[in-house]
Design a protein around this ligand. Structure first.
Ligand SMILES: [Ca+2]
Ligand SMILES: [Ca+2]
Length: 353
């Protein structure tokens, strides 16, 4: 396996975080990978070439009525302050976009995802050409308990990993058609949405939908971590990252609809895979964001990585737990570099009413 680890090692290693900062990690592989991987956003802009399929149906979507809600969370610095937001109604995919759905898109458009595209040596001065191989970030847990300070201890850039080969070249999506597609960059997700006659949700739409009409609570499903003693979302139990107790039944990705739907009929808004939103990311956006149908700031800024263009991700993944990444909690935000994917990052789409 060839890994482009030289760059990765620089930045993710360089961070030393307090315990509270660690638990606020987003643990998106893309977040970590972006720290060492120069952006590939200069690669072929295939999304611009994708045309809409003309699809207008709302099969496998639900109508979210729109309304006013409390957005954000006081628990996370970049989710403050809690503020009142109004969103119009919209249709939303009931579940994360699946491998089967993404395969239909690729079949129809011959789209090549960012993770599958060659890397331009100009973007990586000093890196030998044989290291510049297409690939993506794969969760690769160590065998023993380790410090949680260095995400590179469990994230590896795997050559040949892509949506078709989620764990690397030898892996396949055959038999996993009903699982969420992963290793999709923002551009890939937006291209799929455009083809499907849909779009990515705004962050406000996503959170409004996740609340299920129940208001701002600790978790999107309620105030208790395990209502009735049962796990009702695919997150991480056990000792992160090396001892996955999989009490919820899944060590990794679960097929969509494996856990109960929320009151709107939406599945896996919590956990399973992170979901791209259309908004650019800034940690200070909520301090002065529009009160109606906010669509994100006009530029992106992440103090952890000032040069990177980042978009918001929501909901957490199968790697989230109270021990490390608590960003599956209601109102919390994730972020990812525009050209990066990982095996715990996917998306779902919406359509205007
Ligand atoms: Ca799990
Ligand atoms: Ca999800």
């Amino acid at each position: 396996m060839v890994v482009v680890i030289t760059f990765l090692a620089i930045s993710c290693n360089s961070e030393t975080k307090s315990t509270s900062e660690q638990t606020a990690e987003t643990d998106s592989g893309a977040h970590c990978v972006a720290k060492g991987m120069p952006s590939r956003s200069g690669a072929i802009r295939q999304a611009a070439l994708v045309t809409a399929s003309g699809e207008t149906g709302t099969e496998d979507m639900v109508l979210i009525p729109g309304g006013t809600f409390q957005m954000g969370s006081d628990e996370f610095p970049d989710s403050r302050p809690l503020h009142t937001v109004k969103v119009d109604g919209f249709w939303m995919d009931k579940h994360e976009v699946t491998n089967a759905e993404f395969a239909r898109f690729v079949e129809a458009t011959k789209y090549v995802t960012v993770a599958e595209r060659p890397l331009n040596p100009k973007d990586y001065p000093g890196v030998p050409a044989d290291k510049l191989v297409p690939g993506s970030a794969v969760f690769t847990p160590p065998n023993q308990q380790i410090s949680l300070e260095n995400p590179l201890a469990w994230w590896q850039y795997v050559a040949g990993a892509s949506w078709k080969h989620p764990a690397g070249p030898q892996s396949t999506i055959q038999g996993h058609e009903n699982e969420p597609v992963v290793h999709v960059s923002y551009e890939d997700a937006a291209a799929y949405a455009k083809w499907a006659g849909k779009r990515l949700p705004t962050e406000a739409e996503w959170e409004f939908a996740a609340q299920g009409g129940k208001g701002n609570r600790k978790y999107y499903w309620g105030e208790e971590l395990k209502p009735g003693g049962k796990w009702i979302a695919n997150i991480y139990q056990g000792n992160f990252p090396n001892q996955n107790a999989k009490e919820d039944g899944f060590a990794g990705i679960a097929p969509v609809r494996s856990f109960p739907a929320n009151p709107y009929g939406l599945y896996d808004m919590d956990g399973n895979v992170w979901e791209w939103c259309q908004d650019l990311y800034r940690p200070d956006y909520y301090r002065n964001s529009p009160k109606e149908n906010p669509k994100g700031p006009t530029d992106s800024y992440d103090p952890d990585e000032p040069g990177a263009v980042k978009y918001v991700q929501r909901g957490g993944s199968f790697l989230c737990s109270d021990q490390y990444c608590i960003r599956y909690k209601a109102g919390s935000r994730g972020k990812g570099e525009v050209s990066s994917g990982s095996d715990n990052l996917g998306f779902r789409c919406v359509r205007n009413q």
